[in-house]
Design a protein around this ligand. Sequence first.
Ligand SMILES: [Zn+2]
Length: 179
Amino acid sequence: MQYNLIDKDKFEPDIASFQRKMGHPFLDQHIFPPKTISVSCTVFREIYHVLGLQTAERGGLLGSANGLVCRFYYDSAGISSDRAYYPSIAQMNRVLKEWAREEIVFSGIIHSHPHDAAALSKRDLEFAGAILKTNPELKSVFFPLVLSAADSAAFRILPYVVDRDSVTVARLCITNQLK
Ligand SMILES: [Zn+2]
């Protein structure tokens, strides 16, 4: 299965229509049992070294096989400012194409935020929504946030999952399983 982030090369959020549609972004932390994002140790380490030690906002792709996030692609072509991360859609779609050949499935986008922004922004939610709209087979998209040790008190991953009508906080599971 090959997914594309979105069809265009650039993501232009339509915040106004998003707000009309969804009201305020909401976070349902009371759904039990929580979803689980299982991440390999290798990917966890890569995320720490790349996103966890550099200033926000930076990001990349997550890919999985057999339900385990086993790939991280750092979007070095993306544009970072201190308040937003602008992903390089064309480059990431190329990576997804390569991954599809190796049967690595797109599972989400991870990016870092400044220490005072522990929630997904409206723009983030709009982007996640656009990805889900472009890929009707996709039920949900992992959208974890990283608070970097470079500009927060400590490195943290906030494991958000966005599906078609809610945002939840998943349980993050780091595993030794190989793949
Ligand atoms: Zn963000």
